[in-house]
Write a protein that binds this ligand. Structure first.
Ligand code: IMP
Ligand code: MG
Length: 178
């Protein structure tokens, strides 16, 4: 499908499934090479990264674990605004190599928060993998170790990414059409 409609918005295809899958195989190859002998723990950031994490994970051939976490944000009543909270880190990350799997890094707020919080668990090293990256929106210094695609500041949907909770099931990635 070249164009789709979700609620009030129309989206046009941007990254087809074949390119996503091809790129993930390449990323997994790189990760396999870097992670040999490290027995890493992969951290899938829900909800958006669940398909990306599954497809990366299927292509790994090193000894590894995966666990799932969520960054819940809620609007605080104080002047500080949005309060974030990390939920679900049950595995012990102490002295482990941790690889964060994210769907997209936009402003980098979430990435910085994740790195800070995971650091508190005393890991040996943290690597960051994101399927998508919007370099023009980034407002922090964050080192991304593995990036699938650099994309412009368009709103994207599909392959885990949602518009108002919808569209995560799409196999391709779409961008908001003018
Ligand atoms: P950041 O904290 O600004 O880097 O944004 C991270 C989160 O915003 C991602 O994990 C997504 O949930 C969401 N997000 C950012 N850009 C998009 C987009 O284009 N489509 C859907 N969700 C997005
Ligand atoms: Mg995300």
């Amino acid at each position: 499908m070249e164009r789709i409609t979700i609620k009030d918005k129309t989206f046009a295809i941007n990254i087809p499934e074949s390119r996503i899958q091809e790129r993930i195989v390449q990323m997994a190859k790189e990760i396999n090479a870097d992670m040999k002998g490290k027995s890493p723990v992969f951290l899938c950031v829900l909800n958006g990264a669940f398909l990306f994490a599954a497809d990366v994970f299927k292509n790994l051939d090193v000894e590894c674990e995966i666990t799932f976490l969520r960054v819940s944000s809620y609007e605080g009543t104080s002047s500080t605004g949005t309060v974030k909270n990390l939920v679900g880190v049950s595995a012990s990350l102490k002295d482990r190599t941790v690889v964060i799997l994210e769907d997209i890094v936009d402003t980098g707020d979430t990435a910085v928060y994740l790195l800070q919080e995971i650091e508190k668990h005393g890991p040996k090293e943290i690597r960051f993998a994101s399927l998508l990256f919007k370099p023009k929106a980034l407002r922090h210094e964050v080192k991304l170790d593995y990036v699938g695609f650099e994309v412009p500041n368009d709103f994207l949907v599909g392959y885990g990414l949602d518009y108002d909770g919808l569209g995560r099931n799409l196999r391709d990635i779409y961008k908001l059409a003018e």
